[in-house]
Structure formats: structure tokens, C-alpha cells
Design a protein around this ligand. Structure first.
Ligand SMILES: Nc1nc2c(c(=O)[nH]1)N[C@H]1C(S)=C(S)[C@@H](COP(=O)(O)O)O[C@H]1N2
Ligand SMILES: [Mo]
Length: 517
């Protein structure tokens, strides 16, 4: 039981138990400081933009799971090495484990807004991991050599009653169970803590009428007119869900204003609330992508907040917002205050903001990509200049002035390798052209035919997307189907192909569709 491979396995097992313990402790203190997540976040912040773009293009919404998976695989390889070292000299293996954990602790400390408490999960990981390795090492050293198993003389000559091969396997097996139990408990605690907050929201001063029935009632493959909260796309730099205690939370408006304003959640909820249907879009959305969604937002006009602080004499050209962990987002002052329905939202689709989507409050500004407008878990809005302060994505060379590019997306039918039957096929999807007079026209083109007008779903408002469908008489064979939108100002969407970096993708969504005989 003292083979190299056995010790490599010990290293891996001990590390898994340690990581489980760290994850559980972090669930109580701050989830982001769980060693694996901390390393993952540090990787995200240091990933060059082209690589991040490639990951988003290749893995889509799974990019974070793949990142965490890679970190775990990397750590476990090193953990195996630590085990092998421990076979020769225990302190060497233990030292490598401690170094690994120290890297995670350092990563946790580089998280914006991190404090000393964020090191605690790493300490737990190190202590439990080294203890587990010591235990396995001890069991293995005590185990009788396998060859002596049937040798009575060897048994009686053994100085201590050996625990045997079975004891080692049992020890190793318990480690697996323990690691899973710790990680599972951490997950459970995390889930309980991230349950939606128990707050009751007042109604808007002028509640909106219920949304009209969407096309999804007739054609279920078209994206719902209003995306349910649990299905709404999520894009942020976080690997965990920030848990903000609404009792301790305040929003500060400061910088180049007449007076600093600090508001509690109750202060904001007591203001005159507005309700708006607005479609959010992520700059990382590629043509035909998933990072776009329509929801009904409840909150206060951003302008009401800015006026409380007094902005008549401001020289600011940037609203610099900061979230509860120090993440920063820039917004062009001029666009946020040009009369569009920029708001600080506290409700989404009739519920308090889900924690994933920014509880207790976030910004929502029609017509600007989320990276320059939609700050979640917001805590501070500072009026300043682009020359004075650079936000997170500005430092990474994304555009600071990035209006959403109108786009049409085909939701159904699916492209290859899916196959559809010949005859009438409903081609349908959504299109958006926020703040540009909304969606005026959708056209569909099959193969080399002309652009044919599609039928439009209900018109909610100019800042909202619009569903559409087109009846296509599909003939057997392979066809290309494309869709394009024209906005309310009469502008057709940009056909030139652009990648998301640095100011949003453009190009026509085109699918190859195979029609069976
Ligand atoms: N605090 C914080 N707010 C954030 C982000 C972030 O990483 N951190 N991501 C932004 C981006 S890029 C987008 S597209 C929207 C997405 O909002 P959603 O996750 O609610 O869909 O949030 C924005 N707000
Ligand atoms: Mo985004």
C-alpha cells in the first residue's frame, strides 16, 4: 500500500477533503472565497480579452463550469504530486499542499473587496487537507506488506497490529465520502443562503397593464415575450451568487454632485416607483446568441436619484458605479440622462430582484449593453470623468460608448443537424432595436429568394424586443434561412460581420436547415 500510485491517490483524496471543508466554511463566510472559486475568479480577472471571447464563443454559458473544472483538474494533478512527495518525506508533500492553498488564499485576497475573513476557508482547506494526508500516510505505513498477508510469522513479528490493506482502502473510501459530504453541505448552505430575500415591494405609481399574450402561446419554440426570472440569461464576473443583507445595504451617490446622498432600501422603496418593460442585451452576445432577454423592471428613475444629489453644476461625463464587492461599471453620463428610461431597479417580473440578477438593486438602462449600464448588486454611483477613473471593462479595452446594435434572432427551427419535415414550417424568433423606435419590420430570406416580410408579435414598447414568425413552405433538401430587422427609424440592421469585442456583434443570423424528403 505504499506504492507511488497509492500516494498520488492519497494526495488527491486529501485535497478533495480539504477543498470540501473550505467550500463549507466559505458558504458561511463568503462563498467567493472558497479556494476553487477564488482561483477561478483570479483567472477570470487575468484572462486576456481574446481568450475570454474565445471561451464564450466556444462554450457559451458553460464557460464558467469549464473554467472551474479546469482549475480543479489542475489542482488535483498537483495534489497527486504532493502525495507522491509525501511518500518519501511527509513534510515535502504537506508543504506542497500548503503552497497550493496559499495560492488560493492569495487569489481570494485579490478579489475586490476581500478582507481577512476571506482567508479562513483556505486555512480550513490546508488544515483538513494536511490532516487527511497524514491519516492516510499513517494507515499506509501501518499496513502489513501485501506479501506477508498469509505469513503467520510475519504477522506476529509485526511491531504494531497492522491495519491491513483493507484498513487503507477503508480510510481512502471514507475520505471520498467525507469530501462529497462536505462539498454537498457547502452547496446546501450556499443554496439556503441564496434563497430569494424576503422583501415585499410596493406597487408602481402607475402600474403597467399585463403584457399581451406572446407568440409562444401559439408557437412554443419562440422565446417567451417575457423571460421568467429563472430562465433569464446571466452574465457577470462572479462564480458565486453575492449574498447582500438588505438591512445593511445602502446606495451612495457621490462624486461631482452638490451633496452626497445615502439611501437605504426602504428609502428607495418609499420613492415613487416606475415600471418598465426593457430588453437587456450583453455585448458578448454573438449573432443568434442567448445573452438577451426581456423583463418587467420596477424601480426608481435614475434621474430622481441624481437630482437628489444635485447635478446641475456637475462636470462629470461618466457615471461610475460600484457593486458591493468593488466591481466597477462605467456609463456615459450624457446617454443615461438623455431622457431614456434609465432606472435603478429593485423588482423583476413582479418579484424582488433574484440574487443572480442583482438583489437588492441594479441599474437598467434601455439601449446600452449591460457592461456599461446594468450594474448588479450596486452600492455606489460616482459622478466623475473617464479621464479620472476607469471601470473594469474599460481597463480591458471594451468600448465605453456602446449602444445596442439592433438584431434579429431565429429561435425555430433549429439549424443543422436537426431536420424538419417538408410543408409549412414556422420560422420564428425575436428581434430588438432598443431606443431606436423599436422593431418596425422583420424580413426573412430563404436561399437566394428575396426578403419577405414576417408577421410581428405584440408591440410592447420601443425598448422591448418583439417576437415574429414567417410561414415557410419548405421543400426537401438543404436550405439557408436568414432574418433581419429594421428599426422604427427605418434603419436596417448592420449586415457587416463583427465579433462582440469591443462594441457588440453584428451580422445577419443565418441558419442551414435540412428538410427531409
Ligand atoms: N456587479 C456586476 N454587474 C454586472 C455585471 C458584472 O459582472 N458585475 N455584468 C454586466 C453585464 S456584462 C451584463 S450583460 C448584465 C447582465 O445582467 P443579468 O445577468 O441580470 O442578465 O449585467 C451587468 N452587470
Ligand atoms: Mo454583458
Amino acid at each position: 500500500m505504499r506504492s507511488r500510485s497509492a500516494y498520488a491517490a492519497f494526495g488527491v483524496l486529501a485535497t478533495l477533503v480539504g477543498m470540501g471543508a473550505g467550500h463549507l466554511v466559505a458558504a458561511f463566510t463568503s462563498p467567493a472565497s472558497s479556494p476553487v472559486l477564488a482561483v477561478g475568479s483570479a483567472v477570470i480577472d487575468r484572462t486576456p480579452v481574446p481568450l475570454a471571447q474565445w471561451a464564450i464563443r466556444t462554450f457559451g454559458a458553460a464557460d464558467k463550469a469549464i473554467l472551474i473544472g479546469s482549475v480543479i483538474v489542475g489542482v488535483l494533478l498537483l495534489a497527486g504530486l504532493a502525495g507522491v512527495l509525501a511518500r518519501r518525506r511527509f513534510v515535502l508533500g504537506a508543504a506542497l499542499l500548503v503552497v497550493l492553498v496559499a495560492i488560493a488564499a492569495a487569489a481570494a485576497l485579490t478579489n475586490a473587496g476581500a478582507g481577512a475573513v476571506d482567508v479562513v476557508p483556505a486555512v480550513a482547506t490546508a488544515v483538513v487537507g494536511v490532516a487527511a494526508l497524514a491519516l492516510l500516510d499513517r494507515l499506509a505505513r501501518r499496513a502489513r506488506p501485501a506479501t506477508a498477508a498469509d505469513d503467520g510469522a510475519a504477522r506476529s513479528a509485526s511491531p504494531s497490529p497492522g491495519v491491513g490493506r483493507r484498513g487503507v482502502l477503508l480510510g481512502a473510501g471514507s475520505m471520498v465520502v467525507l469530501a462529497a459530504a462536505l462539498a454537498g453541505a457547502g452547496r446546501l448552505v450556499g443554496r439556503l443562503r441564496s434563497a430569494p430575500a424576503d422583501v415585499t415591494l410596493p406597487a408602481a405609481a402607475q402600474p403597467l397593464p399585463a403584457l399581451p399574450a406572446g407568440l409562444e402561446r401559439t408557437y412554443p419554440d419562440i422565446t417567451p415575450l417575457q423571460v421568467p426570472n429563472e430562465d433569464f440569461y446571466r452574465v457577470d464576473t462572479r462564480l458565486d451568487v453575492p449574498i447582500v443583507d438588505v438591512e445593511d445595504w445602502t446606495l451612495t451617490i457621490d462624486g461631482d454632485v452638490d451633496q452626497e446622498v445615502v439611501l437605504t432600501f426602504d428609502d428607495i422603496a418609499a420613492m415613487e416607483l416606475i415600471e418598465r418593460d426593457i430588453t437587456l442585451t450583453c455585448v458578448s452576445n454573438s449573432v443568434g446568441g442567448e445573452f438577451v432577454g426581456g423583463a418587467r423592471w420596477l424601480g426608481v428613475p435614475l434621474m430622481s436619484l441624481l437630482q437628489m444629489a444635485g447635478i446641475d453644476n456637475t462636470k462629470a461625463d461618466q457615471l461610475f458605479s460600484t457593486d458591493v464587492d468593488g466591481m466597477t461599471i462605467s456609463t456615459p453620463f450624457e446617454l443615461a440622462t438623455d431622457g431614456r428610461d434609465a432606472m435603478l431597479a429593485i423588482g423583476m417580473n413582479g418579484e424582488p430582484l433574484p440574487r443572480e440578477h442583482g438583489f437588492p438593486a441594479r441599474m437598467v438602462i434601455p439601449g446600452l449593453y449591460g457592461m456599461i449600464s446594468a450594474t448588479k448588486w450596486i452600492e455606489r454611483i460616482t459622478l466623475t470623468t473617464y479621464a479620472a477613473q476607469e471601470a473594469y471593462w474599460t481597463q480591458r479595452d471594451w468600448a465605453t460608448d456602446a449602444p445596442i446594435k439592433p438584431s434579429a434572432r431565429i429561435d425555430t427551427p433549429q439549424g443543422l443537424p436537426e431536420e424538419v419535415a417538408p410543408g409549412e414550417v414556422i420560422v420564428g424568433g425575436v428581434a430588438w432595436a432598443q431606443t431606436r423606435g423599436g422593431v418596425a419590420k422583420i424580413e426573412v430570406k430563404v436561399d437566394d429568394g428575396g426578403w419577405e416580410e414576417a408577421e410581428l408579435g405584440p408591440d410592447v414598447d420601443n425598448d422591448y424586443w418583439r417576437q415574429w414568425f414567417y410561414r415557410w413552405d419548405a421543400t426537401p433538401g438543404l436550405h439557408s434561412v436568414a432574418a433581419r430587422v429594421t428599426d422604427g427609424d427605418g434603419e436596417p440592421q448592420i449586415t457587416e460581420v463583427a465579433q462582440p469585442f469591443p462594441e457588440g456583434s453584428s451580422g445577419i443570423h443565418l441558419l442551414q436547415i435540412s428538410v427531409s424528403d
